[in-house]
Design a protein around this ligand. Structure first.
Ligand SMILES: *Cc1c(COP(=O)(O)O)cnc(C)c1O
Length: 431
């Protein structure tokens, strides 16, 4: 295969305009705002085409030209290019004729969209010569850093809130990573990681490598456009934790547009949060980009960032494009998980329950139209948050291996004496 041409890239600050070249740094020393990666897209215009991308591998590296991947890094993990499925059954239930689900519940290698951001961050960690990498994490990031560090032969040190779901802790330790549980919430963990990154020469994917890391999320946007046949959707519903993913999907669409790979079209972005941690959706509803930090209290742990780094920018972007943000209760989150599983056969974690429930709410509110092409972004796998469904399903008694016993059991389940199944919680509450 021909080596893909890559758009030259560098770090810069939008606020101060200062350029930083390429280095492990995330904050502008003049404006104290987050650094971003900018590309010289003109350098690849006409060379990066639909055909050149389609000729690439069936994973996120088909978009290497538009990602900050250092010269000489040969990616070999087949991350991304997850299914975009038309969700007819779910659409029928929630009132959409044109609903798609982007299914990152099956992202390789650790079943969440975080595999994309980690892949880009670790390519740069290698390039900058870090021997130890790490992250502050609400779970999925921990899993992905641990797995990909193992594969790349890097040592990993991962910090998480002490009360994280057991599955997410085990899913980190199994890769041989050092895991440190911090007695505090994500925001405490993240602050500590900044201090550690300053003190030790470690590459923290979402601290000193954050600008590179965040760019990995663009691959979700590239894939959605390509999988729709090089078209943009009308609406995208995206779960928000730090508020990075939703912005990067927008950035991806803008870059495709600039390169002439898709036609211009207004796309509205809708953010999804759990009410128990909803600093960004609250700001959107109040029509402000001022984020009031919250103390998280929700089962949607992967979204539980009370003081989101990209919150102000996410709120601004959503309002600029005429989108909206909503938040749903934990009861609705569980109902959303069940609804997506029962209609489309996709088992998502709590974050996907949030997205599904918010999509339903927005359709019910009429903010999203029945016939508009809407993509609901599912970002993580349900096997990691089975605790959210604890007590929801009866195991039933063991039946003797005889036809008669089986039939008797069926009659018990279906018969008039059967206990009424628990009423399904309403997904769409009165507004
Ligand atoms: C991290 C995460 C998000 C949100 O990502 P941000 O870019 O921080 O907004 C969404 N879903 C899942 C499952 C995540 O782990």
């Amino acid at each position: 295969m021909q080596p893909a041409c890559r758009a030259p890239f560098e770090l810069y600050s939008k606020e101060s305009g200062k350029s930083y070249g390429n280095q492990p740094l995330s904050i502008c020393d003049e404006s104290f705002t987050p650094l971003e990666v900018r590309y010289d897209l003109d350098a690849v215009k006409g060379q990066v085409t639909r055909a050149s991308i389609e000729a690439g591998p069936a994973n996120m590296w088909r978009y290497t030209s538009l990602l900050p991947i250092p010269e000489g890094f040969e990616p070999d993990l087949p991350v991304g290019f997850t299914p975009l499925v038309k969700a007819k059954n779910l659409g029928k239930r929630v009132g959409s004729n044109n609903l798609y689900v982007k299914n990152d519940a099956v992202c390789f290698p650790t079943l969440s969209f975080k595999d994309r951001v980690v892949a880009v961050a670790l390519a740069n960690a290698r390039h900058f010569g870090f021997e130890v990498v790490g992250c502050s994490s609400t779970g999925n990031l921990a899993n992905s850093v641990a797995a990909q560090a193992a594969r790349l032969g890097l040592k990993a040190c991962i910090l998480v809130p002490a009360d994280l779901e057991p599955a997410k802790i085990l899913n980190t330790q199994v890769y041989g990573a050092r895991l440190v549980r911090i007695d505090g919430n994500y925001d405490h963990v993240n602050r500590l990681c900044s201090l550690i990154a300053d003190q030790y020469n470690w590459g923290f994917v979402n601290v000193n490598l954050r600008p590179y890391y965040a760019e990995g999320s663009k691959s979700v946007g590239f894939e959605i456009a390509e999988q729709l046949g090089w078209r943009l959707p009308d609406n995208v519903v995206v779960p928000m934790a730090g508020g990075s993913l939703i912005r990067k999907i927008k950035k991806a669409f803008d870059e495709l547009l600039y390169l002439g790979l898709v036609e211009a079209k207004p796309v509205r972005f809708f953010g999804a949060q759990a009410t128990g941690c909803s600093p960004i959706s609250t700001a959107v509803k109040q029509d402000t980009e001022t984020i009031t930090p919250q103390r998280p209290n929700t089962i949607a742990r992967s979204l539980a960032i009370g003081n989101p780094a990209d919150g102000p920018y996410a709120s601004r972007m959503i309002r600029e494009v005429g989108g909206y943000a909503e938040d749903v209760s934990d009861v609705e989150v569980v109902a959303g998980i069940q609804e997506l599983a029962e209609t489309e056969g996709i088992f998502t974690e709590t974050a996907g329950g949030v997205t599904t429930a918010v999509t339903a709410r927005l359709l019910a509110q009429g903010r999203i139209g029945t016939d508009e092409l809407t993509v609901s972004v599912i970002t993580g796998n349900g096997l990691k948050t089975t605790d959210a469904l604890a007590g929801r399903y009866e195991l039933g008694r063991a039946v003797r291996p005889r036809l008669g016993d089986f039939e008797e059991y069926l009659a018990e389940l279906d018969g008039p004496t059967a206990v009424a199944p628990e009423l399904e919680p309403e997904l769409i509450p009165a507004d």
